[in-house]
Design a protein around this ligand. Sequence first.
Ligand code: FAD
Length: 416
Amino acid sequence: MANRRYSIFAVAREALRYHAGWERAWASPAPKKRYDVVVVGAGGHGLATAYYLGKVHGITNVAVIEKGWLGGGNTGRNTTIIRSNYLQDPSAAIYEKARSLYEDLSQDLNYNVMFSPRGLLMLAQSEHEIRGYKRTVYANALQGIETRWITPAEVKDLVPIINIDGPRYPVLGALYQERGGTARHDAVAWGYARACSNMGMDIIQQCEVTGVRTEAGKVVGVETTKGAIDCGKLAIVVAGHSSVLAEMSGFRLPIESMALQAWVSEPIKPTIDVVVMANLVHGYMSQSDKGELVMGGGTDGFNNYTQRGSWHHIEETTRALVETFPIVSRLKMLRQWGGIVDMTGDRSPILSKTPVEGIFVNCGWGTGGFKAIPGSGFAMAELVAKGHSPLAAEFGLHRFREGQFIDESVAAGVAH
Ligand SMILES: Cc1cc2nc3c(=O)[nH]c(=O)nc-3n(C[C@H](O)[C@H](O)[C@H](O)COP(=O)(O)OP(=O)(O)OC[C@H]3O[C@@H](n4cnc5c(N)ncnc54)[C@H](O)[C@@H]3O)c2cc1C
């Protein structure tokens, strides 16, 4: 079932008939007996993997299997920051690929993902950060990524509500990426899902993978709560549950799962039209289209699978933000939520073959994988289809054996 294209004419037509003629955005089929590729996890990364498998490699006999509802994991729980100002070359390459795909993702998917390149600032609030961010600006210049160093006065111009003269943490400048910003997280998942469904792929929700079947070191299928499904290849793309799926497959992953949370204030009039990250004090803030100030900080300091966060983070992060954004002290907080993020030791993702032939993993995006969704899906699809992807080459599991870490602990340890 291919959907009709969304367009201004379709909106006008449906407005005249009380919106009764819209089709379902994606089908909900029962699983088939066999697929060429099964993707576990209908978050952004799993859906994007399926999409580029079809679009770029012509592989459409694909199922995306999701234990809950699509986009209900971290993809629907994140604060949607998009940037590519990473320090190391392999990271910059994959995040910039993602950011550049975001630029026209709405047109590509025929679905408005509300990409908003409103500009992103990483505040320097210590001498150490000045040196670190200036170094990133130079690295980004060599990588072909447009970022620049801006002065405190320029920061104040861009963010009038900011207090640059805080007694403890004055603003000393910022790393600025003008084409960084945000997108609507649900729409990214929904847009990819609709496009996959249009290509004839099956998105199977409310279906948990409970086992992985292998024969002679090769994957042959999965057990699910809707029965056994055979597959030629298996892509495990389940973020915080990656170690659980790896255990089912008979290998281990260097991943820790931790809760990361975010919260929003009551809606207020437009006050801040850029994204500001204050990594020294572990806080960041932007304003949603509804007017809420969206805030978040660091992960919990212990492993868990609760999909909730602990109270002290809300208090500490909000307190830290108050010095730089005094208006925060006058706001009521509206709601809070958490997700389970998948952290590696070097804070870089894993896109890799595994010890089991035919099984591939995509995980380890930790606190910052929303921004990577299109690039990660593009690279993962290439890896699954061809067994190799230049964008993914350095993110393999081999790096943990060989000590070839891609250290992004400064760019990604707290920041998103
Ligand atoms: C509070 C918070 C704020 C964040 N802020 C940002 C940000 O501002 N910018 C940014 O770039 N990133 C951010 N992130 C990180 C980002 O959300 C994640 O890196 C990204 O969404 C991961 O996407 P995913 O598709 O890999 O995982 P998910 O969206 O979690 O999808 C994995 C899916 O796998 C499913 N699954 C698990 N086990 C099974 C099973 N056995 N069978 C079937 N399905 C299964 C889950 O139900 C889930 O839907 C944030 C995360 C959180 C929690």
